[in-house]
Design a protein around this ligand. Structure first.
Ligand SMILES: Nc1nc2c(ncn2[C@@H]2O[C@H](COP(=O)(O)OP(=O)(O)OP(=O)(O)O)[C@@H](O)[C@H]2O)c(=O)[nH]1
Ligand SMILES: [Mg+2]
Length: 296
C-alpha cells in the first residue's frame, strides 16, 4: 500500500475540520464511493469532531498551537467499486486557518508546513459561504494590487495599520503555494478540489446555478485564476456536511430524526448533466485520489 498525503487548505472558519470529521463518518459507513476498509491508526482527533456532529452541533475551531502530526487523519481508503482493489493510505493534515492566514500575510509558509505541502499529491481548498471571517472583495483593481504586493511583512495602509487581505486574494495565494509545491505523480497536474462549504446557506435560486457560478459572483478574481490555471487540475464542489445548519433549531430537530448516511451532500456540475446534488461527501476526496489508485 502506497501512502499519499492530501493537504487541506483554507482560511479560518472555512469548514475544514467539520468536513474532515464528516468525511470520517462517511468513509466508515462503507456505503459511498470511497470506503475505509480498516480503522485509521489514530482517530482520536476526528472522532472528537464526529462526536460533535452526531450530537447535532458543528465541531469547534482548531487549536492554532497544534502541530501537523496532531491534526492528521491517516486512513487507508479504497474505491467501493473495486472490492479487491488496491488501498491507498491517505494522510490528511488539517492545518488551522489562522496559520494559513498568517502565512499569507507574511508571504511565506513555515518550513514545517512547507514539508507537509511538498509531500502532498493533491489538495482540498476550502472557502465557506457567509463566513464572518471572509474579508469581502474590494474592487478588482485593489485586489490585483494585493496580489502584486511583494514587500516584507504584512501589507499596511498609509497610517501603517495592517491591511486584512481579501479572502479571494488569500485563495489565489494558497493556489500558488499548491502549484509550486504539490508533488507531481508521473508528471500529471495534481488535483485540487475547491470546496465551497456550508452550501446549505446559499439561497435556493443561486444554488441552482451551481458552485462555479457562485465562485464567479462572490470571488471573481479567484474564479478567474482557476480558469487560467493549466498546471493544476481543479474542480469545484459545493458541500453541506449534514444538509443544513445546526444554528436552525428546526433543522437540528429534523437531523435527530433522520439517518446520518442520508444527511449531507456535495453539489457537482458538468456540461452534460448540469448541476447535481449527490448524497456522498466522499466525492471530492475520491476525485482527488482516483489517479493514485492507478499507481498504488
Ligand atoms: N451551515 C453549515 N455550516 C457549516 C458547515 N460546515 C461548517 N460550517 C460552519 O463553519 C464553521 C467553521 O467550521 P470549521 O470546520 O471549524 O472551520 P475550519 O476551517 O476548521 O476553521 P479553523 O479551525 O479556524 O481553521 C462551523 O462552526 C460551522 O458554523 C456546513 O456544512 N453547513
Ligand atoms: Mg479547523
Amino acid at each position: 500500500m502506497i501512502g499519499h498525503s492530501i493537504v487541506l487548505l483554507g482560511g479560518p472558519d472555512s469548514g475544514k475540520t467539520n468536513y474532515i470529521s464528516r468525511l470520517w463518518l462517511a468513509l466508515n459507513s462503507k456505503k459511498l464511493t470511497l470506503v475505509a476498509p480498516r480503522n485509521p491508526v489514530d482517530i482520536q482527533y476526528v472522532e472528537g469532531g464526529a462526536a460533535h456532529i452526531l450530537s447535532g452541533v458543528f465541531a469547534p475551531r482548531s487549536d492554532t498551537n497544534s502541530r501537523p502530526d496532531d491534526l492528521t487523519l491517516e486512513i487507508p481508503v479504497r474505491l467501493a467499486s473495486d472490492r479487491d482493489g488496491e488501498e491507498v493510505l491517505i494522510s490528511v493534515p488539517d492545518v488551522s486557518g489562522e496559520l494559513w492566514k498568517e502565512a499569507i500575510q507574511r508571504g511565506d509558509v513555515s518550513h514545517e508546513w512547507m514539508e507537509t505541502l511538498k509531500q502532498a499529491s493533491g489538495a482540498l481548498l476550502f472557502v465557506r459561504v457567509l463566513s464572518n471571517s471572509n474579508v469581502t472583495p474590494l474592487d478588482w483593481v485593489n485586489a490585483a494590487e494585493y496580489l502584486s504586493w511583494a514587500g516584507e511583512g504584512a501589507p499596511t495602509d498609509e497610517n501603517g495599520d495592517e491591511i486584512l487581505i481579501p479572502t479571494q486574494v488569500a485563495l489565489c495565494e494558497m493556489l500558488r503555494f499548491l502549484d509550486e509545491t504539490l508533488e507531481r505523480v508521473n508528471g500529471t497536474p495534481p488535483k485540487v478540489a475547491v470546496l465551497i462549504t456550508a452550501w446549505d446557506l446559499v439561497d435556493k435560486d443561486r444554488s441552482l446555478g451551481g458552485p462555479t457560478a457562485y465562485l464567479k459572483e462572490e470571488f471573481p478574481l479567484f474564479a478567474g485564476r482557476l480558469l487560467d490555471c493549466s498546471t493544476l487540475d481543479v474542480r469545484t464542489f459545493g458541500v453541506s456536511i449534514v444538509g443544513g445548519d445546526f444554528e436552525d433549531p428546526a433543522f437540528t430537530a429534523e437531523f435527530h430524526e433522520g439517518v446520518m448516511d442520508e444527511m449531507g451532500y456535495v453539489v457537482v456540475e458538468d456540461p452534460e448533466s448540469g448541476v447535481q446534488i449527490i448524497h456522498d461527501v466522499t466525492l471530492p476526496v475520491a476525485w482527488v485520489v482516483e489517479p493514485l489508485f492507478e499507481h498504488a
